[in-house]
Design a protein around this ligand. Structure first.
Ligand code: ATP
Ligand code: MG
Length: 441
């Protein structure tokens, strides 16, 4: 992409309405614009990040054996009357009437809808287990939408739903998702710690929230410090197909959100190993048994022909919230520092002298070469002074910057800067494509 043509409205000043760093940087770097309270338009650069996060989430869902569906955003009120949640859900639900005066709603979550799809499609225990996911916009009329995409009213969520014949199967599905979540967040460069959580209006009796530690987080959390450093996931290979040991290893150390916090248990941990902190909830998993399948009559024929009410769980990841959460976890004074896996472009070419034919030629060649190797590139060929270009590149956080000017080029060299470390090195022009493709491998 050529920057002179890109729709990238960056801001020099900090927007007054943004209270936390990720919100400020998302506005300044031209990722989003607010269109109403808690509702955002995604601009090209922001959308690329959102799509990258979505792709990682999808790959890990697929890897875990879940199957993708796509359910609508608009649901009928009657569906929610079947589970008894229509009135219980309260003012967070956006209720709508169509032209025939039928009561509809903009879905805040999809337990009811998936239960009906399952009920109509699966009749026998032989077809279990099933795990279905979708990535779809949700609407919750939050009392206080704030912090940009972190607490929006319209937001993108991955939600999935597991169906099993019995509790043991349901717990296995839960454990599978537990590990899939650890993997998903690790691939985004995040340390997400699973913590015992309250089940809230979803209901049920087993639940974990996946929390990223950050001072600006809205959740108060308490955990054993060991969980912050522990690379349990790095050893998943040791566990093979049986996921119980890895989940047990994680959950054997104390970690809880404030609703589930047990002061007495926490204080049994030696003081130097206790961590009371704040965090951002990026995922939440629930096992809730027959809470929906029972009232909604989701039954299958069991092995002896008997009718069995299926055991369910549901699992959510805040896809749009993650864009903000990643920035909270990874930025510096200059701006955003994207982990490579989610960066909108992996490489930026900074042309220091666009009106110099040789420099423009070299940049063009680099651009073609990198694109040809499958590396996403943003080419800054704007007619601006170098300082302004450097500041913009740091602000938008592209992991690798290739800086091309007449002086270095005279000796066949360009400068390569790593956004995260700030390290600069000289590379021969002809080596850049091969070297960067290898590092990004
Ligand atoms: P919270 O406690 O933050 O209000 P929740 O418990 O209501 O969230 P869940 O129903 O567990 O949320 O939804 C699954 C995931 O969706 C959450 O872990 C979070 O990452 C994301 N999410 C929930 N509400 C919002 C929101 N208003 N804006 C952005 N993301 C959200
Ligand atoms: Mg939650």
């Amino acid at each position: 992409m050529r920057m002179s043509q890109y729709f990238l409205p960056t801001l020099k000043e900090n927007p007054a309405e943004a209270q936390i760093v990720s919100h400020r940087l998302m506005l300044r770097a031209g990722l989003i614009r607010q269109t109403s309270a808690g509702i955002y338009a995604w601009l090209p650069l922001g959308l690329r990040v959102l799509r990258n996060i979505e792709r990682i989430v999808r790959e890990e869902q697929d890897r875990s054996g879940a199957q993708e569906v796509l359910m609508p955003t608009i649901q009928s009120a009657d569906l929610w009357r079947e589970s008894g949640r229509y009135d219980a859900y309260g003012p967070e639900m956006l209720r709508i009437k169509d032209r025939h005066d039928r009561e509809m709603l903009f879905g805040p979550t999809n337990e009811e809808m998936i239960t009906v799809l399952f009920r109509d499609g699966v009749k026998s225990y032989r077809d279990l287990p099933k795990n279905l996911y979708h990535i779809q916009w949700k609407f919750r009329d939050e009392v206080r939408p704030r912090f940009g995409v972190m607490r929006g009213r319209e937001f993108l969520m991955k939600d999935n739903y597991s169906f099993d014949i019995d509790k043991a199967g349901a717990i296995h599905s839960y454990n599978k998702m537990f590990v899939a979540y650890l993997r998903t967040f690790a691939r985004m460069g995040l340390k997400a710690i699973p913590m015992r959580a309250d089940t809230g209006p979803i209901g049920g009796d087993l639940s974990h929230e996946f929390i990223i530690l950050a001072e600006t987080g809205e959740s108060a959390v308490f955990c054993h410090k060991g969980l912050v450093d522990k690379d349990i996931l790095g050893r998943t290979i040791d566990y093979g197909a049986d996921l119980q040991p890895i989940v047990t290893e994680w959950t054997s150390l104390y970690a809880a959100t404030d609703e589930m916090h047990d002061t007495e248990a926490f204080e049994k941990i030696p003081e130097s190993e206790r961590l009371a902190a704040r965090g951002i909830e990026v995922g939440h998993i629930f096992y809730f048994g027959t809470k929906y399948s029972k009232p909604m009559n989701a039954v299958v024929a069991g092995p002896n022909g008997e009718q069995v009410t299926v055991e369910m769980g549901s699992y959510g990841i805040g896809v749009s919230r993650l864009v903000g959460a990643i920035i909270e976890a990874s930025h510096d004074d200059g701006g955003i520092v994207w982990p490579e896996s989610v960066a909108p472009f992996k490489v930026a070419i900074v042309n220091l002298k666009p009106d110099d034919g040789a420099v423009a030629g070299a940049c063009g060649k680099l651009y073609e070469g990198l694109q040809g190797s499958g590396v996403s590139v943003l080419h800054d060929e704007r007619d601006l002074r170098p300082g302004a270009k450097f500041a913009d590149m740091d602000l938008i956080g592209i992991p690798w910057q290739v800086i091309v000017g007449p002086k270095g080029l005279g000796a066949g060299k360009v400068e390569v800067k790593n956004r995260r470390t700030g390290a600069r090195e000289e590379l021969a022009l002809d080596d850049v494509v091969g070297e960067l493709s290898r590092r990004l491998g």
